[in-house]
Design a protein around this ligand. Sequence first.
Ligand code: PEP
Ligand code: MN
Length: 365
Amino acid sequence: MEFKKLSDWGLGLPQSGSLIVAGPCSVESQGQMMRIGNELKDLDVHILRAGIWKPRSRPGSFQGVGLVGLEWLKEASLLTKIPCATEVATPQHVEQALNAGIDILWIGARTTVNPFYVQEIAEALKGIDIPVMVKNPINPDLELWIGSIERLYQVGIRSLMAIHRGFSTFKATTYRNPPMWEIPIELRRRFPTLPVICDPSHIAGNDLLVPEISQKALDLDFNGLMIEVHDVPDKAKSDADQQLTPKQLKSLLSELIYKSSSIKDIDFIIRLDALRSQIDSFDREIINLLAKRMNISKEIGIEKTENDVTFFQMDRWAQLFLDRVKATVEAGLSEQFAKDFIQSIHKESIRQQMEGIKKDTLLTK
Ligand code: PEP
Ligand code: MN
C-alpha cells in the first residue's frame, strides 16, 4: 500500500517536522471551543481535534454534545484557520461530519476493534476524498489495526494516518493504556509510507506523563503527536486528568527535542558504523551459539526418546529458569527481558528436541 504524504492532503500540513494535533477530548460548548482554538492558533498546532460523540466505557458518563458540536468545532477551525478533526463511529456520524465540512475524520480505538463498524464507515466514505486517521484497537492486535487501514484503502482513501494511543489492560500500570511500542514500530516497518503519530494523552491518562511519552515518540521517529488540551482541564467533562492547558502545551512544544532520523555528520556516521558493525558481529555470534545449543537439544531429544523419558521435565525447567534469569539480571539486563529470553529459548529447544526425533526416525526407516 502506498499512502499520500501529509503535505499532499490539501490542508496545508507541513512537509517535514512533527505534526501536532491538539484540542479538547470533547467539544463541550461554543465558548470552550473558541477559547481553546484562540489559544492554539498562536502555537505550532496543525490540526484542531475534538470529540462530538464520545464512546464512553460506562453509561451515565458524558456522551458528547452531538450534532451541534460539529458547528462549534468548524467555527473554531475557520476562525483560527486550523483544519479540524473529529471521531466518527457510524455511517451517520460520517454523513453529519461531512455535511458540517469537517476536514479530517478519525476512527476511535473502540471502533477499530470491530471490522463490521469499520467496513460500514469505509463504505460510507466510498468515492470521498477525505483524510482519515485510524487509532489502534484497544487490544494489542496489529492485524486488526492494519485491517481497518486496509478497509479504508480499499474504498479509495489514500490520505491515511495511524494513531498510536496505547492498549487497554486489566492490570494496574503506570499508564492508562500501556504503549507497547513494538506494535506501532512493527506497523511502520510493514508500511513505511504510512504516517504514524502518537497520542500520549490516552497512553498516559494523566498530564504529568504526557511530556515523557511525547519525547519517547519523537525519539522513535513518529511523525507527530495528538495531545488533548482543555482551557480548564479540571472541569473537563471527559478525560479531565490527562488534558493539558494551552500553556502546558506551549511549554511542552518548546521543550521537546526534535531529533533527525537521517544522519549527516560524517564523523558521527563513522563512529556509528563502527559500533553497528560490532553489533552485527555479536548478533552473528549469538545466532551461531544458539544454533550449537539447539543441536545439543536435539541430541538430548534422541536420548530421551530412547530412554522413554518425556521431553519436558518441570524440575529441570524450574531450576534452569531461575538460574538463567538470575545470571541475565546479574549481567545487567532487565528481569523482563531475562524471562522472555529464556522462555523463548526453552520453547525452541523443546521444538528442536521433537524435530530431532522426527528426523531421526525418518533416517532409520
Ligand atoms: C479520544 O481521542 O478522545 C478518544 C476517545 O480516544 P480513543 O479512541 O483512543 O480512546
Ligand atoms: Mn479523550
